[in-house]
Design a protein. Structure first.
Length: 322
């Protein structure tokens, strides 16, 4: 069962099913792939409204407005590719291929690509330079997959399998030593670094942190939002339900964090932003929290490099600022 619709294959090596376009080049750029495969290159649009019909016991037909659903339609030929929830985030195949190239950072070295299941699913197989792989040297390709019928999110995985059809795609996904799935496209720059880490590929953590910081600095937070942030960052523990002392200690910790956030001269340019909340947590942890002596402070932050509260604050802020 190949479920093949269209495809292109490099190295003069055809697929086992004998379908698709075979080219002599050892690899193709994204533009070359799309030139060979107009069905893959075509944008996909969503219907404005969707209706369904049903018959009652008397045989009378009724029309139902399916407001919670939408249809993904391929623009080039008007072909329906799938019916999905209205909350579905549309990811174009051009975004899929650009994401793959950004992960590998070696330009377009596409080996195979195509569409399956009447266009509902698209794939691209990208060659991975060996010097970018951390550990698993037997991994040769990065597979990226996109669906328009809601069957899977945009996925990237490492594989040795040469994907040419539904069967080989399934084998590659099931046998992938590492994989990463994106449910929507928001904050794609951050997810790019997350994907590289998950896939075991080299990436620059400083760039990753800069991308998050830039977004958090641009997101405003109200006074009420800051209060809710501290409550989530420092929640009541089970012990707080039975111990007044524990509950009081947590309340004091929240109050101290809020005070640093409101009054620290180091946060003048960041107050009122999610990044300001993160910096306040880091400042409190480094200068006021947990430490009793200068020696303990030095060891905790210069030797151990340990700032669990600041790390948690960054993760919480990033999720709330989606």
């Amino acid at each position: 069962m190949h479920l093949f619709e269209s495809g292109v294959f490099t190295d003069n090596v055809p697929a086992w099913h004998g379908l698709g376009t075979v080219v002599p080049e050892t690899h193709l750029t994204m533009d070359e792939v799309f030139a060979h495969l107009p069905l893959l290159a075509s944008p996909v649009v969503q219907s404005n409204s969707l209706f369904g019909s049903w018959f009652d016991d008397a045989g009378e037909m009724h029309i139902a407005d399916m407001a919670a659903w939408t249809m993904n339609v391929r623009q080039i030929d008007g072909k329906p590719l799938g019916v999905v929830r209205s909350t579905y985030e549309l990811i174009q195949n051009s975004e899929l291929f650009q994401f793959g190239e950004d992960i590998v950072e070696a330009g377009g070295r596409w080996k195979t690509a195509g569409t399956l299941k009447d266009g509902a699913l698209a794939w691209g197989l990208l060659e991975i330079p060996t010097d970018t792989i951390a550990g698993e040297q037997y991994v040769k390709h990065l597979l990226v997959v996109n669906s328009f019928d809601g069957s899977m999110g945009m996925r990237a995985c490492t594989t040795m399998t040469r994907v040419v059809c539904w069967n080989t795609l399934s084998w590659a996904i099931e046998g992938a030593p590492r994989s990463y799935t994106i449910r929507h496209t928001k904050n794609a720059r951050e997810r790019l670094f997350e994907a590289k880490a998950a896939l075991g590929l080299a990436y620059d953590y400083e760039k990753h942190l800069a991308a998050i910081s830039e977004r958090l600095a641009a997101r405003r937070v109200t006074a009420g939002g800051a209060t809710r942030f501290w409550r989530r960052l420092v929640p009541y523990t089970p012990e707080a339900e039975v111990s007044d002392v524990t509950r009081k200690n947590i309340d004091v910790k929240r109050m101290n964090l809020a005070t640093v956030y409101r009054k620290s001269p180091n946060l003048e340019d960041l107050r009122g932003t999610y990044l300001g909340l993160v910096h306040a947590a880091a400042e409190w942890e480094q200068h006021y929290g947990y430490n009793r002596t200068d020696e303990q402070t030095f060891h905790r932050f210069m030797v151990d490099g340990h700032q669990p509260l600041a790390k948690h604050a960054l993760e919480l802020a990033a999720s709330l600022a989606e």
